[in-house]
Design a protein around this ligand. Structure first.
Ligand code: EPU
Length: 420
């Protein structure tokens, strides 16, 4: 397995460009299954997760071509059965259920496996399909959905920890081809949901209200091909902003939609960092006297759970005692034990991490456990004295396009050691 070595203490400066959004690309690629006609999606990042999605589409019978960030998909004839071997590598493969149900009126998709960041049920997705008239069965590890006809309905996407993002996507993708009107109440408002709705509308769907908590979908008979640019990845952008805060001398993150990272830039400003927001870029200056913060993760537009681990890394050397409460995935704290190995002082109290700022971190061998936890360890390594060795970097490659190369461009001393 590859590992990443970070020789800490080198200041970052300059600018980097953010890639297209992973979490937009995955459902948008799944949505190409909704039409027989060719679709072209630009800005798809080169990640193992997007490759898995393209493998799934190919398995289902779609013609897929990829040239750099542009992916062309023609799903003229498709199968509606995706076995465990095809979907097991990525939990987000669950978002093929909606388009398969919409187009084929039936689907059998293996249940995704467990997830290190906590329990990840899909009850709300299935409840949504049932409301549209589908029968849903879970049998021998497969989800089987079947509906001779889909009929518009009113569906609530709120769960115990807030609205579900991929659940909202899935219901939207099934409802675009239902008879009549579907109203999604308490829908997820994440920018990736808006991006998917924009793509579906380009395909001929009639969706209004995406980005607000009520989405209204007027079903249409069929969809056609479309071309789309996915939005920039707000979590990648955020990760580089935190890199600029933790080890920068002035870092500019380009190709960002500043509104999408507002909760983060507000949090960084509250710690005392100077954040300069332009039309499509955000710059951050260091602050040797940055302070602690009380932070709570929330559904968009609140502070994103996908930036929680990176903030724990940053706050571990800010002056004072911070508290970070994880409201979306209460057990998403696998990075804490690793940060402690580097000298961080963090105590977990239920879903809250209490972080006492220390003067310095020390490089150590650490283990990546999930995508964002791994990013947090790389960020801590930029600040730490000596060398940090991040193992199991395949987690990073799932969601960050060329993270090590981009950090190198900014002046980080970082190298990837390929597995023999
Ligand atoms: N939930 C339910 N029932 C459901 C679905 C979700 O109770 O049927 C709960 C979850 O357990 C969680 C909360 O609702 O507590 C929110 O989960 P959500 O369904 O919104 O997560 P997701 O759609 O599966 C997406 C992102 C995640 C991101 C979350 C939250 C993609 C591919 N994944 O997951 O991204 O953390 O939304 O914003 O879009 C990542 O990129 O590292 C990542 C994990």
């Amino acid at each position: 397995m590859d590992k990443i070595l970070i020789h800490g203490g080198h200041k970052l400066s300059g600018s980097i460009k953010v890639s297209g959004s992973k979490n937009s690309s995955l459902p948008i690629l799944a949505a190409t299954l909704l039409t027989r006609e060719p679709c072209v999606v630009h800005g798809v990042p080169d990640l193992s997760d997007t490759q898995y999605m393209l493998q799934i589409l190919t398995y289902l019978g779609a013609q897929v071509e990829r040239a750099s960030g542009t992916v062309s998909v023609t799903a003229e004839k498709i199968d509606s059965v995706a076995p465990y071997d095809v979907v097991r590598k990525m939990r987000a493969s669950v978002c093929i259920l909606g388009p398969l149900l919409g187009r084929c009126k039936e689907a059998t998709v293996a249940l995704p496996g467990g997830c290190i960041i906590g329990n990840r049920p899909i009850d709300l997705h299935l409840k949504g399909f049932e409301a549209l008239g589908a029968s849903v069965r879970v049998e021998s590890g497969d989800i089987k959905v079947f509906a001779p006809k889909l009929t518009g309905a009113t569906i609530d996407m709120q769960g115990q920890f807030g609205p579900t993002v991929l659940g909202t996507d899935n219901v939207m993708m099934a409802a675009v081809l239902a008879d009549g009107m579907t109203v999604i109440e308490r829908a997820a408002m994440e920018p990736e949901v808006v991006d998917l709705a924009n793509f579906l509308n380009k395909m001929g769907a009639k969706i209004e209200g995406a980005g607000a908590s009520r989405i209204i979908i007027e079903g249409v008979r069929e969809l056609h091909g479309a071309e789309h640019w996915v939005i920039p990845d707000r979590i990648e952008a955020g990760t580089f902003l935190v890199a600029g805060a933790i080890a920068g001398r002035g870092v500019t993150v380009k190709r960002v939609q500043p509104d999408h990272v507002r909760a983060l830039t507000d949090a960084l400003a509250r710690c005392g960092y100077a954040v300069d927001v332009a039309q499509d870029s955000v710059s951050i200056l260091p602050n040797g006297d940055a302070t602690a913060l009380q932070l709570t993760t929330e559904p968009y537009p609140g502070f994103p759970t996908d930036m929680q681990a990176q903030m724990c890394a940053l706050l571990s050397t800010n002056r004072g005692t911070s508290s970070v409460t994880e409201n979306i995935f209460p057990r998403r704290y696998m990075h804490v034990a690793e940060l402690k190995r580097m000298g961080a002082k963090v105590q977990l109290e239920g879903a809250t991490a209490v972080i006492e700022g220390v003067d310095r971190l020390l490089g150590a061998p650490v283990m990546a456990s999930d995508l964002r936890a791994s990013a947090a360890l790389v960020l801590a390594g930029l600040k730490a004295e000596g060398t940090t060795e991040v193992n199991r970097v395949y987690h990073i490659d799932r969601g960050y396009e060329h993270l090590d190369e981009k950090l190198s461009e900014l002046g980080a001393h970082i190298e990837r050691v390929k597995a023999p």
